[in-house]
Design a protein around this ligand. Sequence first.
Ligand code: PEP
Ligand code: MN
Length: 456
Amino acid sequence: MVDPSEPVVLAEQAVIDGLDHWRSLPVAQQPLWPSAESVARASEELSILPPLVFAGEVDILRERLASVARGEAFLLQGGDCAETFAAATANQIRDRVKTILQMAVVLTYGASMPVIKMGRMAGQFAKPRSSETETRGNVTLPAYRGDVVNGYDFTEESRAADPARLVRGYHTAASTLNLIRAFTQGGFADLRQVHSWNQGFARNPANVRYEHMAREIDRAIKFMMACGADFEALKRTEFYTSHEALLMDYERPLTRIDSRTGTPYDTSAHFLWVGERTRQIDGAHIDFLSRVRNPVGVKLGPTTTPRQVLELVDRLDPEREPGRLTFITRMGADRIRDVLPALLEAVSASDATPVWVSDPMHGNGLTTPNGYKTRRFDDVVDEVIGFFEAHRGAGTHPGGIHIELTGDDVTECLGGSEQIDESALATRYESLCDPRLNHMQSLELAFLVAEELGAR
Ligand code: PEP
Ligand code: MN
């Protein structure tokens, strides 16, 4: 008897076989797990847990990003360099969401466009490292690779990769995402409330520069109220999650075949990106992301060539589908104006329409004489301005910004209106990885970018 479902099953199997093609390719930046059995057990457990996001939401995000690609919207992506399990508390999650919502209101006003809000949240637990090991004094141990792999404490026990952390990462992502959904659907995101927080920021004497724009936004909101805008609808907002798709033993088991379409979605987040260190065109990460339906991103550092960009387009967006592919440039303030124009030109001359986003953080790192890894606020701003200039020159849309930030009052980046200097870094430096803009610096950046967007 012929089973009518057979061809479908065969097709699905082919999809699944393809999904595992990465296993035959070089896989950069993976931990050394204690045993193959222990990681297989953790992967097995992950593979039967419910998806964290629904494929339908992922499709909506792809449409939203398509509007960015068309120049009709702007993307704000922000969050920790490395989320930690300890910092997945209600208050810290709330304050990060709050910071992103506040920035988004300012950017919406500046750009006169919808702003797509996306956290580096609910899964940003794995980090690529430049060295396999870390040495302190005469002790050398495995490098910290993020909470989903090992612990930050500098002991042999803590630094050993532990597959049980994969499952804990999933549960921490689930509870983080649950709270994000509660906040953004339950009234916390009310436009009028978010605006009143921004007024608090602009009333601070250090921020007089931004008072004018805050007042303009206030008038715009009063105008909307007078016109009878539906503020009920503005109590809720879409909010998407994203992280670097680095750890294959986390991403693969959370990838599922969507029953509606028979295609694979990586359900660990709405949007996944490949980092500067794992974007080899023949490597496992690019192959894996080429086979999932999520919108995907690739970080592009200052050595990126036009040819590499076109190859990435062919691998990740062969259908030339707007919203599918985002390039996140992280060149450094001193390189962006030299390197980006040629990349924009090459892509514009092709038939591709990727989203272009500026990560003004990762090309601007420095270490202070007193030993802190930091970034200057002014360099961050300068890279964003260089990014806008390059797009203006090429006639392309500067589609968004990708920021490492926190809602807390940390002292990790230099400058800003609070004028954090080198000696102040010690006061509250909490990042286990890269330095983040604090709450005030993040808002200040939003106001400055909004000015740029308004001046286009
Ligand atoms: C990051 O986003 O934290 C990161 C490691 O970036 P990149 O891959 O651009 O270095
Ligand atoms: Mn980082």
